[in-house]
Design a protein around this ligand. Sequence first.
Ligand SMILES: NC(=O)c1ccc[n+]([C@@H]2O[C@H](COP(=O)([O-])OP(=O)(O)OC[C@H]3O[C@@H](n4cnc5c(N)ncnc54)[C@H](OP(=O)(O)O)[C@@H]3O)[C@@H](O)[C@H]2O)c1
Length: 212
Amino acid sequence: MVVTIIGAGQMGRSIGTRFAAGGIAVEVIDSDDGDARALADELAGRGDAEATVAAGGQATGEVVVLALPYDALPAAVRQYGDDLAGKVVVEISNPVDFSTFDRLVAPPDSSAAEEVAGLVGDGTSVVKAFNTTLAKPLLDGEVAGQQLDVLIAGDDEDAKQKLAVLIEAGGLRPIDVGPLRRARELERLGFLHMSLQARLGWHFRSAVKFLS
Ligand SMILES: NC(=O)c1ccc[n+]([C@@H]2O[C@H](COP(=O)([O-])OP(=O)(O)OC[C@H]3O[C@@H](n4cnc5c(N)ncnc54)[C@H](OP(=O)(O)O)[C@@H]3O)[C@@H](O)[C@H]2O)c1
């Protein structure tokens, strides 16, 4: 199993680190080839699993993570569309209005994940995940000694299960929260969590966790 990560920024690095720690081969794509190379080298240097730059910029992984800003998603789906056919596509964005930091910009009766699901072809399964885990805790794999929860929404049970196995391998706890429309709640939760950072002085080092 190979996971393609498109976007070698903060989240690409953190998700790649967790997957590599779980022994999962990762290939990286970025709009900047140098950034893709640097992340692939960093992950390969850990020695846990193979990590490469995607040859020819083509996403060959069975699972493709769109570690991209919300605004970049439509163009990326167009750009990598053929590569996404039949794959599990993981959408991770928090579509926040960063000019006001006071609202989400995805349509109120939808979500970024559902928008992406409307852009990919039939047979491609979009799963929402990782938007409620912040980059630094994800990189570390824990907060205050606690395992991180990764909340997953999607309409394809097999796709969610495939991702859950990868998440578990990376030392995290996957929680299936239901169908893809639950992404609306996940995006609101992700936004709420972000909005608390300055208010509570957490410096983006906190985690959303369910206890029972
Ligand atoms: N940071 C967090 O703690 C966090 C937590 C949860 C969810 N998220 C979500 O995760 C997503 C990524 O966030 P991030 O913090 O990782 O952002 P980031 O650090 O800005 O990384 C995004 C990367 O994607 C690259 N990129 C943009 N368009 C591309 C394309 N078409 N093809 C290939 N690469 C492309 C960017 O390259 P350029 O710089 O060259 O444009 C950049 O390297 C966002 O949707 C965010 O809402 C972030």
